[in-house]
Design a protein around this ligand. Structure first.
Ligand SMILES: [Zn+2]
Length: 330
């Protein structure tokens, strides 16, 4: 058994145990009348949901969290969040899901629909570009098939332990690529696609497959659910030219409005990456509310329609999540 496999087992066990069991002593006094947005990603029935993506949660852990939260808190939609329609006696929670994974449609929506819990799904519309996978997932899933050295756009990356590292800066390929533009990402796709042998393995579908147009449309038709944009190509807008950011934001909005018919007013910025020019560009494209995450906290210069979120971490205890929530609210 490899170190990685042992680590996965440890994380799965810890994730299961720590997953949101709120201690009796604090559950009644948590933030009455306050509101918070939680950010989830993938939810999977797989035994080790964190094998490729550390933000994934097992379906069992997710169900446990939702039931626990439903007992003590009030769920609200993003529209209710925007208009301050909250229960003054309880903590109010808006659920959001990033990236548009197919597992959101298969594992999350039926559950939330049964429990009548509102949620918002932020879709990356890369199907607009003829792509069927996010580059980060493509990289994670074909990593083990990659040779010891790869060259993208003249930049050499070498395989060391768990990543491909750029030779000069020592930067890992993911961190390096986040700061690059569409042209570089396209070259990365071209290279990685040669090693995408995992695509025929159905047991790995949960880790990369994205929703198709008809599934997005179905979610959009459900009055409990809201569709928002998570960009067209999942690029970090502050690192690209304004024109490229604008094109990407517009393309995603138009595609989602065509699919669902509803106006797209919410966008969760990819990687939560924001600055004031990016926010202004998004607003001028017709987005009314932008969502970040705790790694890119709000600054005073941002308008009130830019919101922070608390990203659910499968390895954190309920107590630490609550500390996170506290930090996000203050
Ligand atoms: Zn994302």
């Amino acid at each position: 058994m490899t170190i990685q496999q042992l680590r996965n087992i440890k994380y799965t066990i810890l994730g299961g145990i720590k997953s949101f069991s709120i201690p009796n002593t604090i559950r009644k006094s948590i933030f009455p009348g306050e509101k918070i947005i939680l950010a989830y990603h993938g939810v999977s029935k797989q035994r080790n949901p964190n094998t490729f993506n550390t933000k994934f949660l097992s379906q069992a852990a997710f169900l446990k969290q939702i039931i626990e939260m439903k007992m003590h808190f009030n769920f609200i939609s993003l529209d209710q969040f925007a208009h301050n329609e909250v229960d003054p006696t309880r903590l109010n929670i808006a659920l959001t899901f990033d990236d548009g994974y197919l597992n959101n449609y298969t594992e999350v929506c039926p559950l939330l629909d049964d429990l009548k819990i509102p949620a918002s799904f932020f879709i990356t519309t890369i199907f607009n570009e003829g792509l069927d996978i996010l580059w980060m997932d493509l990289y994670d899933l074909c990593f083990k098939f990659l040779p010891r050295q790869i060259v993208i756009d003249g930049i050499v990356f070498q395989k060391k332990f768990k990543g491909m590292f750029e030779m000069v800066s020592g930067m890992e390929l993911k961190n390096y690529t986040i700061k690059k533009d569409t042209a570089f990402i396209e070259k990365l796709y071209n290279l990685l696609n040669k090693y995408a042998h995992f695509k025929s393995d159905r047991s790995l579908d949960d880790f990369w497959k994205l929703m198709a147009a008809e599934q997005i449309a179905e979610i959009d038709r459900n009055p409990l659910f809201t569709i928002g944009s998570h960009g067209n190509r999942h690029i970090a807008y502050p690192f690209v030219l304004e024109e490229e950011a604008r094109r990407d934001m517009k393309k995603s909005k138009e595609a989602l409005e065509k699919i669902g018919g509803n106006k797209i007013i919410y966008m969760a910025l990819p990687y939560g990456a924001a600055n004031l020019p990016t926010i202004n560009t998004a607003m001028s494209c017709g987005y009314q509310y932008l969502l970040l995450d705790e790694f890119n906290a709000l600054t005073k210069e941002y308008p009130e329609s830019v919101w922070n979120r608390c990203t659910i971490n499968p390895y954190l205890s309920a107590k630490n999540h609550i500390l996170f929530i506290k930090k996000t609210l203050c």
